[in-house]
Design a protein around this ligand. Structure first.
Ligand code: SAM
Length: 237
């Protein structure tokens, strides 16, 4: 019988290295190898927990030979743990591509989630903006397809969650107000769990104006919510 291995998809901190589950540390310790985006980033986390597990890098569009090597190790019974630089692998990072390829090449390999932090969930949790559903847009296209994406977003009623860099935030807010209108509320969660963490929100035009005299740095989750006025019948119910 084939001695098949296992691939654990392990969520790691999005800043504060204390934000990791006991189970994640145990899995990272027991794994034969930790597959990471940037080995230097992951090494800091492993050192913090005194783990000496071997690491190997995997980044977007890694060569086929890399995937072949991971598949070979898994088919020989290796326990492998996939992590990303921050948060949950497979959410707007190279993890998705690797997981899809492994599922396609050998559906018998068990792929097990070890849940934990994600910037998206952390931002939603403090925003108070998501009542029921939301749309996760991830990173918006920078050039090609950007306009089409904004037309798509303009049709959504649910709050939209966007991953954005601090350098591009003002441009994206201006585009959002052009395509979605000025009657939208936005929420910005910056550097979550880190030393200069902050979060705030308000009417889009006010936030755009505030940012004109304010240079932001770091990583950002942006949430956009259309201010849909309840109609009379709903209010009276
Ligand atoms: N897989 C990760 C997750 O589960 O959140 C996301 C990876 S994606 C490559 C990185 C983006 O996530 C950043 O550009 C930023 O938009 C967001 N992000 C990551 N860490 C963050 C933090 N500490 N505060 C705010 N946003 C963060």
């Amino acid at each position: 019988m084939k001695n098949v291995g296992v691939l654990y998809i392990v969520a790691t901190p999005i800043g504060n290295l204390d934000d990791i589950t006991f189970r994640a540390v145990k899995i990272l310790e027991e794994a034969d190898v930790v597959i990471c985006e940037d080995t230097r980033v992951t090494q800091k986390l492993l050192s913090r927990y005194h783990l000496e597990t071997k690491t190997m890098s995997y980044f977007q569009h890694s060569q086929i030979s890399k995937v072949d090597s991971i598949l070979k190790q898994l088919s020989e019974g290796a326990k492998m743990a996939l992590v990303t630089d921050a948060g949950t692998p497979g959410i707007s990072d190279p993890g998705q591509e690797l997981i899809a390829r492994i599922r396609e090449e050998d559906p018998t390999i068990p792929i097990i989630p070890i849940p934990g932090p994600s910037a998206m969930a952390a931002a939603i949790s403090v925003s108070g903006m998501v009542e029921k559903e939301f749309f996760f847009a991830g990173f918006l296209p920078k050039k090609k397809g950007r306009q089409t994406k904004f037309y798509e977003l303009a049709k959504m009623n649910a709050p939209i969650v966007i991953y954005e860099s601090s350098e591009r935030l003002s441009k994206t807010l201006k585009d959002l107000s052009d395509y979605l209108g000025s009657n939208v509320e936005v929420f910005i969660a910056r550097e979550l769990t880190k030393m200069y963490e902050e979060n705030w929100g308000g009417k889009i035009l006010k936030v755009i104006a505030d940012l004109e005299n304010h240079t932001l740095k770091g990583e950002i989750v942006l949430i956009v919510k259309r201010n849909i006025k309840k109609n009379k019948e709903e209010v009276e119910e």
